[in-house]
Design a protein around this ligand. Structure first.
Ligand code: PLP
Length: 219
């Protein structure tokens, strides 16, 4: 697991985009760096990788404050659940929030004068244990976020159910994004990124396929 895996993955993303007639420049690779310490990340930063995702606000703040100062072009996305009591810190460290998933959070972001773009997380599988807005609730939630809370919604994000084919979920997210005039689609992980790209993903999220196993002492 190494820089070589990262390069190979970048090539695979490029060919997947070309295969379906898309511009590879329209598909970003987000490296999910949760639990990975700074010394694991520095080689990727030095090699020029700029887009990373973290799941936990506190971990991100501790890890990335210094790294972002050293590599100012880095963009950091929040890809895990956001508690309202962490909103202030989240807005200090993240460049984009991918997991806007409830009214209370939208209100809190608005109260903290959120200027960064957000994606709405959609629970495409309507799984009770999973965060995200149910597809049929998206129109009202989108209006609430944009009109009432004045948030800059740029795209949608989903995590399809683990035990189902991902393609119908990617197709649904694509359709929902189009219906709301949104251009950014964060979908697809190691096992299904080629499918996600064929359904219009503009960002795929990969962790272990590049970094190797997560450190066992963190979740
Ligand atoms: C960790 C994570 C990923 C990457 O998963 P890996 O199994 O590490 O490749 C993608 N999306 C989200 C939301 C994640 O939390």
């Amino acid at each position: 697991m190494s820089i070589a895996d990262w390069k190979k993955l970048s090539e695979d993303i490029k060919s997947a985009a070309q295969t379906c007639g898309r511009d590879p420049a329209d598909v970003a690779l987000l490296l999910a760096s949760k639990t990975q310490p700074q010394d694991v990340l520095v080689p990727y930063l030095k090699a020029g990788h700029k887009l990373f995702g973290e799941n936990r606000v506190q971990e991100a703040a501790e890890k990335w404050g210094e790294l972002k100062a050293g590599f100012p072009k880095v963009k950091l996305h929040l890809i895990g659940p956001l508690q309202t009591n962490k909103v202030k810190t989240a807005l200090e460290i993240f460049d984009l929030i991918e997991t806007l998933d409830r009214e209370k959070l939208a209100e809190s972001l608005s109260q903290h004068d959120c200027k960064i773009p957000c994606y709405i997380q959609v629970n495409t599988g309507e799984e009770p244990q999973k965060s995200g807005i149910a597809p049929h609730d998206l129109p009202a939630f989108f209006d609430f976020c944009t009109k009432d809370c004045k948030l800059g919604i740029r795209g949608l994000m989903c995590i399809p159910p683990a035990d189902e084919a991902a393609a119908p979920h990617f197709a649904l997210l694509h359709k929902l994004a189009e219906a709301h005039g949104l251009t950014q689609l964060s979908m697809g992980m190691s096992s299904d990124f080629e499918t996600a790209i064929s359904f219009g993903a503009t960002e795929i999220r990969i962790g272990t396929a590049v970094f190797g196993a997560r450190r066992p002492d963190a979740s």
